[in-house]
Each structure stands twice: as structure tokens, then as C-alpha cells.
Design a protein around this ligand. Sequence first.
Ligand SMILES: [Cu+2]
Length: 392
Amino acid sequence: MPRSTPGWLTIAAVPIVFALAVAAAGALGVASPAVPTAVTNAAGHDAGAPGGTTGHDLVVPGLERAVASVGPISVASLPTVRGEVAYAPHAAPPVDRDYRAHVLVDLEVTEEVMEIADGVSYEFWTFGGSVPGPMIRVREGDYVTINLQNHPDSRFPHNIDLHAVKGQGGGAEATLIMPGQQAGFGFAALSPGVYVYHCATAPVGMHVANGMYGLIVVDPADGWSPVDHELYVVQGDFYTTGDFGEGGHQPFDMQRAVDEDPSYVVFNGRVGSMTGENAPVARVGDRVRVFFGNGGPNLASSFHVIGEIFENVYPEGGLVANHNVQTTLVPAGGSAVVEMTFEVPATYILVDHSIFRAFNKGALGTIVVTGPETPELFDAYHDVRPYDPDAR
Ligand SMILES: [Cu+2]
């Protein structure tokens, strides 16, 4: 399974648009996921009373708008489509629909040894064979069926809790499955925004620490503003027996995780996932959006891009924008959307500005921006001369 896309040339060049089931279902002989048929409307009320009463005067803020915007949902009447997904650093493509759909997403869980740094291996637990799991993208008002598949070679049960879900455990109870099992559930994606999903099987911290997280983006019905490129970046902290850079295979260290003393803090599951030949590239003048998530399990991220200013930040993955932001705080189990326009050619460095994590634990990536120099904006002259404070 693709864990990264080495040798790629431009960001957002080859978004992978397919259901994860294409590979997984063939191997497992998976049947089509069950399609719920009896949902009456988005809020679970009678269709004739959207956002209405449930026998008392309780009004849930936002619910009336959500129901009004999507109308009664009859899942059976919606066209069925496969979910849009992509692997980091590629963002899944924007949903190219102006109507609601029933979106089917199959997601396979695996446990597999991969490198967390050059010469350092670790047993990751994954959604889709990748850390983070694939970015899932749906549209406000869609009905989504998540079908989770636990690979027969797994040793542990797993499940999925999506923060985009309003319902028991975010789907965790419905999808708790043993190796060789699959299970699904459906939910109405009524609240546009950017949400973390993660495994919530006990011990939850361990499953998350092993890399079981990703983002599901619920596009607003009227979409996001146009950009030239979109990226998908998820931070995570890892707890290995050996310290940062200690070679060989490194097992998970539970005490270290409890003590919140990570040996690695990385973007997209690996030291160097966005540097060197893995660095996204852009051109001067390009506007770039980053869907940034923080899987944790423990640390909040002080997300910053060295040499840039975020024009827009949608803090915590909500829909209210802040402007001219240097660093945005992204909690564990949370997200943010940042947008910036690169006006000066440079190598821009993505960091957790809790800065030892960047330079000593791996939380560092780059975006290489090429194009004409713009000295009226930034003049990179190097005029190094002797300085003697006494020679005045
Ligand atoms: Cu799990």
C-alpha cells in the first residue's frame, strides 16, 4: 500500500481517487457494504418537522440550519458514490458535486512494520496502510457509510471514531471488529469542517500512538475558496524504547507514552516525509491550502511555516477564518486549515514551533517554492562585513 509518494513533482499532482476497497476488497472477497435504508431525515425527526420539537422545546444550535440546508434525507433516494480519498501529502480532491450523495468508504486496518526514520523501524497500526490514514472527503449533507475491514493478519481488534459523526462513540461501537472481520455504520455529514478520525479501541492511547488517525473533510456545500494546491499533513507523537535516531527495530514504550515523553514528533508518520525528494513544490504566486491535523496522542502542535504568514487560518477545523497568523495551535485530536500565497522563492519550513520537536524529534517538513526573485518584497542580499562596536 502506498505510504508516501516518492519522486512526485508537484503538490496535488496525482490525487488518488478510489475507494480503498478496490485493493482490500479483492483480497478479502468483501461484499458491498450494507446500505441503510430507513433514515427519515437528517436530524432523526419526522420529515415534516425539520429541526422541530421532540416533545419539548429543546433547540440545538446549528441543527436547524443543518436540517434546513439538506432537507429530509432518504438515503435510498440518494445516488451512491465511492468516497474521495488520497494519501498524505496529497489532499483528496474537492468533492465535484452540487448535490447530496450516499458516499461509500471502505477502510482497511493493517498492522505493519515500516520505517519511522532512516534505519529505524516501528510496528505501525494503520488505516489504509498509511500514517496518517487516507484523507476522506465528502460534501455537506452527504450520507456516509464507513465500512471498516480488519485484515486477517492483524493481531488486535480495532475500530474507528470519526469526529465528523454525531452519534455513539463517533462510530466506535458499531465498528469494533476482530482480525478478519468487517463492520460498517452510516451517518449524515451535516456539519462542514475538518475532522480527525482515529481508532478508539482500548488501550486507546496505544492505538492512536501507533498511528491510527487521519482526517475526514466535510466540504461546505458551496465549497472552499479556489487555491492552486492543497496538502494533507498530520502530526503525531511516537514513543519508542530507544531515543530519537537509535537504529534498528524500536518497540512501543507504554510508560514513555504515559509520561508524554515522545522520542519522535513527526509529520505524516515519518521523519523526512516532506523533505528532500519528498518535498512538495510550488511556484511563486501559488496559493496553497494545508489541511493540518494532529493525531497526538499527547502533544498539541504549534504549527508554523518559517518564512510565511498564514493569510487565513480556520482554527480547530471550523469555518470561521482568522487572518495574518504566524502560528496556530492545533490540539491533539484537532485540526486547522491554513492558507498562504507564496510570493517569494524560497524553501519554506513547516514546523511544530515547540521547536526542539522540529530540530530534535522530526517535526519538520518543507515546501520548495521556485520562480522569479521579487526583491521589492524580499531582498536576500548577503553583505557580510566586519563589525567593531568600538570603531565609531
Ligand atoms: Cu486500533
